[in-house]
Design a protein around this ligand. Structure first.
Ligand code: SAH
Length: 406
C-alpha cells in the first residue's frame, strides 16, 4: 500500500463539485447526474479512478454503465487498487466481514455476513441461515466472473459444509443490463450434498428456512437483537402485528400468557405455525389486513399488555412520506388505545425515508390523540451484523422503539 498518490493506473472518471462534496462528506455513491461521462468506453463493472473537478484524486471506485448510482467507492486516495488485485482484495474483505461476525454474533447460527457498503463490498449481500448461505449480487462489478469466484472462494473456505444459494432480483439485473438468470444453488458444498431448506437458531429459538418458499425475503435477521430485548419486556396478553413467520411472536411467547400473530400472508403464517411447532409453542395465527384487524379489535374494546408493530416499509421513496406517516400513525394510535396501563409497545419502521426523529414525532402525535402517556424505554436499530456506515445514511434504516404506555 502506498502512503499517498496523485496518479492512478485505472481509467479516470471526473465528478462534479457536488459529487466530490458528497464523497468528502463520507458517502460512497456518486449519481450519474454528478459524473462527467468518461472519455474512454468503460467496461461494465470496471474499476475506475475518481477525480474531482480540479483533477484531484478522490479514490478508486466500481463503475456501472447503466445504474443511476454510477460509481460506488471502493478505496480512498491513499490505497491504490490495481485492477489485477481487485479479486484478491474482495476475497480479503469477505474474510474480514466474516471474522467481524465471529466476534459479535455468538450462539446464533444465522446473521447477515456481508452488508454491501457497510462491509466495504458495495453491491453484495450475503446472509447465513445455519448451513445455507444466500447471496445477492446487485451490481455489474459484483457480477464479474473473477469477482464472483473470489467471493464464492472465500465463502466456501469459511463455510465448507454450506450450500450457497443465489437470490436473483430480476429487476436489478435488468437495471444493470445483466443477462437474466434464475435464482438457484451455486456449485456444491465441499462436504455433503447441497440443500435448499434448513433449520436455524437465533436467541435459542429454532426457525425453518427454505429458499424455495414464495416469500422473497428470508427471515428478518436485522431484528434479531430486538426480538431478544422485546421478549424481556413482554408479558400478559401479546399481539404481534405483521408477524410474517412469527419472529417477534415466538420470542414474546416465552414470557406471555397468550400470544397472537397477525399477517395478511397465508404462506407466511403457515411457516409461522411450523416454527411454533418446532419450538413446542402454541400461538394463535390470524390471517387479516392489519389495519382492519386493529380497527375491529380497538372498537370492540379488546385490550393487550404487549403489542408489536413491524410493518413493511411504507415510505419506499421520500414522495410517499406523508402517506407513510399517516399509515404509521393509524397503526400506532390503535395499538396505544388497546394497551393496558403499564403495557409495552414495540413499534418499528424499516423506512429509510422516515428518520428516527420523524418516527418519534409521529408516535408523540399518536400518543396525544390516544390520550396516553408514553415513555420511551429504548430506541433501537438493526442488529450489529447490519452495521451502520457513518456518512451513508441508507445503511441506517431500521427503527425499533420500545415504550411503556400508561
Ligand atoms: N415482524 C416480521 C417481519 C414483518 S415483514 C419479522 O420479524 O419477521 C412485513 C409483513 O407484513 C409481511 O409478512 C407481510 O405479509 C405483512 N403485511 C403487509 N401488509 C400487510 C397488511 N396490510 N396487513 C397485515 N400484514 C401485512
Amino acid at each position: 500500500m502506498k502512503a499517498s498518490k496523485v496518479t492512478s493506473n485505472n481509467p479516470p472518471i471526473h465528478v462534479t463539485a457536488r459529487g466530490a462534496a458528497r464523497l468528502k462528506a463520507g458517502h460512497v455513491w456518486v449519481y450519474r447526474s454528478d459524473i462527467k461521462e468518461p472519455k474512454a468506453k468503460l467496461e461494465p463493472g470496471s474499476l475506475v479512478s475518481v477525480l474531482d473537478d480540479k483533477g484531484r484524486l478522490l479514490g478508486d471506485a466500481l463503475y456501472s454503465t447503466t445504474s443511476q448510482i454510477a460509481i460506488r467507492m471502493f478505496a480512498g486516495p491513499r490505497e491504490e487498487t490495481l485492477a489485477s488485485d481487485l479479486a484478491e482484495i474482495i476475497g480479503n474483505r469477505v474474510a474480514a466481514a466474516i471474522s467481524y461476525r465471529d466476534e459479535i454474533v455468538q450462539q446464533n447460527d444465522a446473521c447477515r455476513l456481508i452488508f454491501s457498503e457497510a462491509d466495504f463490498l458495495p453491491g453484495l449481500i450475503v446472509d447465513r441461515y445455519n448451513d445455507i448461505l444466500t447471496m445477492q449480487v446487485l451490481t455489474q462489478a459484483m457480477d464479474r466472473p473473477a469477482i464472483r469466484d473470489a467471493v464464492l472462494g472465500s465463502l466456501r473456505e469459511h463455510f465448507p459444509g454450506a450450500s450457497i444459494y443465489e437470490r436473483v432480483d430480476e429487476r436489478i439485473r435488468e437495471l444493470e443490463h445483466l443477462a437474466p438468470k434464475a435464482s438457484g444453488l451455486v456449485g456444491k458444498p465441499q462436504k455433503g450434498n447441497a440443500k435448499t431448506a434448513t433449520i436455524f437458531t437465533i436467541n435459542g429459538l429454532r426457525f425453518h428456512y427454505d429458499v424455495a418458499t414464495g416469500q422473497k425475503t428470508g427471515a428478518f435477521l436485522d431484528q434479531r437483537e430486538n426480538y431478544a430485548v422485546a421478549a424481556q419486556y413482554a408479558r400478559g396478553e401479546a399481539l404481534d402485528v405483521f408477524t410474517y413467520q412469527g419472529g417477534f411472536a415466538l420470542h414474546l411467547y416465552q414470557n406471555c400468557r397468550r400470544v397472537s400473530g397477525v399477517d395478511i400472508s397465508r404462506p407466511a403464517l403457515e411457516v409461522a405455525e411450523e416454527n411454533a411447532t418446532l419450538n413446542g409453542y402454541n400461538v394463535e395465527w390470524i390471517e387479516a389486513n392489519a389495519f382492519d384487524y386493529l380497527k375491529d379489535q380497538s372498537t370492540g374494546g379488546r385490550m393487550y399488555d404487549t403489542i408489536v408493530l413491524d410493518p413493511p416499509a411504507f415510505a419506499k421513496t421520500r414522495k410517499n412520506f406523508d402517506a407513510a406517516i399517516k399509515g404509521y400513525k393509524e397503526l400506532n394510535l390503535r395499538a396505544l388505545k388497546m394497551l393496558r396501563s403499564g403495557g409495552t409497545l414495540i413499534t418499528c419502521s424499516c423506512s429509510f425515508h422516515v428518520s428516527e426523529a420523524e418516527f418519534l414525532d409521529m408516535l408523540a402525535s399518536a400518543a396525544a390523540d390516544a390520550h396516553r402517556s408514553v415513555r420511551v424505554l429504548e430506541k433501537r436499530n438493526a442488529s450489529k451484523d447490519h452495521p451502520v456506515l457513518l456518512g451513508v445514511p441508507e445503511t441506517n434504516y431500521l427503527k425499533c422503539v420500545i415504550a411503556r404506555v400508561e
